[in-house]
Design a binder for this molecule. Structure first.
Ligand SMILES: Nc1nc2c(ncn2[C@@H]2O[C@H](COP(=O)(O)OP(=O)(O)OP(=O)(O)O)[C@@H](O)[C@H]2O)c(=O)[nH]1
Ligand SMILES: [Mg+2]
Ligand SMILES: [Zn+2]
Length: 367
């Protein structure tokens, strides 16, 4: 029985939920805008766009003004997000410093490196200008060994990157990633309203906060951290989301991040050294989920597993975004991610993007 219905459940063909205010939006050429060099939005008059190639190119970089501004500031949605099928929104969850931004950056970097191709998934950007900013400001510095800055607080929760993914069945879906700072994720006001319409969640467990293992004491002291019984961002987000009866019906991945810190610890060592191989293997995902579950049961307080206990569909993963610890804001030995694609593949599988035949889309997956 449904207690609260997610907005996407009420949609008719052609309708999309605004990723920001959750009102239903229909593509409307009279509300289009383009961004000028000063990053201001200007009205776009499409009546003169008679050349089909130029028209397609202009629309690819255009935005639609969302008509709803009740309790929320004026916002614009990229046109390709509205014109390529049902979007999939993904939010990173975890308290400040757990490694959400590094993990997301490496996931996107692997997608744009073509790592989803063996799984039958192709990509294109949703907005070419925003995508190139993401590559320039996040992917390139991180790959050059620079640590990314903490995500600051924001008055408006915007997705940081969005890609058009063509699934194995040939269907295109816009996939948008939200990456808020940990401090914003514990807010209970309108800023986090977008979470109510989110399709997938990636909960990032920081082993420095979750696991009392003695080999983590040295880095824990260096960062002045303490082992905690739970993550406040997990709690707030889980509390905010609508449920299907007792459970959240949102594709969920729980990731033990910074797994390089645990690389000598069985079974983490075994998983970290395994490359992700195509085709997608649900059995291997179940095995890894079981190992992560057992690992957290043994080394962390029970509340760290709450996302798994709360979600109908949840897989568990070990991943390292950087492959090692930073020193003075840099990764002196370079940055080498491990298994960052695993949680993303699992979410894409849960949302049907890895299945060639739509009739065989998985409705449930996980343990
Ligand atoms: N050892 C190790 N450190 C990591 C890894 N990923 C991130 N870090 C470090 O963890 C710290 C926080 O990383 P962020 O990605 O900024 O964390 P965040 O969750 O986005 O934090 P907020 O934006 O403040 O919410 C930084 O010092 C990173 O260098 C990893 O895979 N391994
Ligand atoms: Mg961040
Ligand atoms: Zn809106």
């Amino acid at each position: 029985m449904s207690v609260t219905t997610a907005p996407s459940a009420r949609l008719e063909p052609g309708q999309i939920v605004c990723p920001y205010c959750l009102e239903i939006v229909v593509y409307d050429e009279r509300a289009l805008h383009v961004r000028n060099e000063k990053s201001q939005y200007e009205r776009l008059d499409t009546s003169g766009l008679t050349n089909p190639l130029r028209r397609a190119d202009v629309l690819r970089g255009a935005f639609q003004l969302c008509r709803n501004t009740e309790g929320i500031s004026q916002h614009y949605i990229p046109v390709p997000y509205l014109t390529h099928g049902r979007p999939l929104t993904v939010a990173m969850v975890g308290t400040s410093g757990t490694g959400k931004s590094h993990l997301l950056t490496q996931m996107v970097a692997e997608i744009t490196d073509g790592c989803l191709a063996p799984f039958g998934v192709r990509w294109q950007s949703v907005n070419p200008a925003d995508h190139s900013v993401f590559l320039k400001e996040r992917v390139a510095p991180l790959r050059a060994g620079e640590q990314l800055e903490a995500t600051g607080q924001t008055p408006f929760a915007e997705f940081v990157e969005a890609l058009l993914l063509t699934g194995a069945d040939g269907q295109v879906r816009p996939v948008a990633f939200f990456d808020l700072g940990g401090e914003d994720l514990v807010r209970t006001d309108a800023l986090l309203r977008f979470l109510v319409g989110v399709d997938a969640l990636v909960f990032v467990v920081d082993p420095l906060l979750a696991c009392g293992l003695p080999q983590l004491d040295e880095p824990r002291e260096r960062y002045r951290l303490r082992v905690s019984r739970s993550d406040p961002a997990f709690e707030t987000v889980l509390d905010r989301l609508p449920r299907q009866g007792a459970y959240l019906d949102v594709a969920t991945a729980l990731v033990v991040g910074k797994a390089d810190l645990l690389r000598f610890e069985p079974p983490v060592d075994r998983w970290l050294s395994r490359p992700s191989t195509a085709p997608f293997d649900p059995r291997a995902v179940r095995e890894e989920s079981r190992d992560v579950y057992a690992f957290l049961r043994h080394h962390a307080a029970p509340a760290w597993l709450r996302p798994f206990d709360s979600a109908l569909r949840c897989t568990l993963h070990f991943a390292s975004a950087t492959g090692g610890q930073p020193t003075n804001g840099r990764f002196p030995h370079g940055v080498r991610s491990r298994r960052v694609l695993g949680p993303l593949l699992s979410i894409l599988a849960m949302c049907g993007l890895l299945t060639e035949d739509p009739a065989h889309r998985p409705s449930t997956m996980g343990m």
